[in-house]
Design a protein around this ligand. Sequence first.
Ligand code: GFB
Length: 399
Amino acid sequence: MLCPNLFIYLILTLILTAEAQFERDPNGYLTYCPCMGRFGNQADHFLGSLAFAKALNRTLILPPWVEYRKGEMRSRQVSFDTYFQVQPLLDYHRVILMSDFMSKLAEDVWPATERVSFCYMERKSLQQEKNDPDAPNCHAKDGNPFGPFWDTHNIDFVRSEFYGPLHFDVHHSTMATKWMNNYPADKWPVLAFTGAPASFPVQHENRELQKHLQWSRKYNVAAQEYIRNVLPRGAFIGLHLRNGIDWVRACEHIKDSQQLFASPQCLGYKNERGHLYSDLCMPSKEAIVRQLKRTIKNVRQTQPKNEVKSVFVASDANHMIAELTAALSRMDISVHKLPEDDPYLDLAILGQSNHFIGNCISSYSAFVKRERDAHDFPSYFWSFPKEKDRQQAKMHEEL
Ligand code: GFB
């Protein structure tokens, strides 16, 4: 048993450490609304914003994740730490949850009368006629998810600041110094951006920050339990099948683009590994089955002790369970999916699979790929490289 004095000492240390965490940062704060896209887009933006906050030496206020539910007019905001741990981010840079910042520090650091929203240039209001046409404004709370996001923590803005022509690429210029000179922390304690101060897709230099984004205990445990209790013992292959109707429409843009969404992750940021083609976005069912069988065969040849026993499929629409089960029936490999839709648990499980095949264009797949890269786990993309190029490369190898 602990002696009473030691117990009191431990409690006091805990309280003091917790309080120290909420001391004002004299270097200022930075926050933003993850107002563009769903999780994959927001995650890309998060990594860029984290790098940007570090370059400006400001504490990053961790925004909630923005979610959209069917039939709901307003986005839902989910606290950052529901999905990810705060502690590993602190190894890289100072961060604080938005709820903590608002309840413990905002009154002192960011009083309601001094809240300024930052945007590159004027953003037109959705109800322009109601507004004074002579007063350019960021209209930071106009529309969904903009309004619901800031409302979550009762944040209103009294003024707008247009930061153009500054931008967020802190890796290739003296941009960070310019931001610091234009917006010193004593005059501008909080930079609150209407959108993420980051690019999409994530800048190449910021991809490795993914290693600081670690699943919360809840999701780690849920993924491990699923793997242990539902999947048969042995290696498993994780698949991401992005094939909902929004994706079918998005893939139509392939023909007029050099890159689409997360495509630099396989094509290279300067297309150094090729150009877009439609199978990369929407592989056929036959191509999926062929590639999966080929991957299993390769694993059997190269890692005979680590036999593949199952396949876990994550999808926004069609998991192809019947087709894949039929295709693998002779190989004694079972095919699984979650009983209920859970995009985060799907991601956490895919991150843990022995092998992963994802969609190169999807930022949801890109999240998994980056997480796996941080652990040196192998990942591949559907229809990449092109079957024709692959066959030619194989022929060269054989010759
Ligand atoms: O994450 P996200 O930006 O990725 O958006 P993409 C796709 C969303 O679809 C995810 C759901 O956040 C999930 O809510 N989703 C996708 C999935 N795959 C899965 C899955 O395997 N399991 C589950 N449970 N849910 C692009 C965007 O989406 O889609 C573009 O980047 C645009 O902005 C385009 O909206 C149409 O990059 O795949």
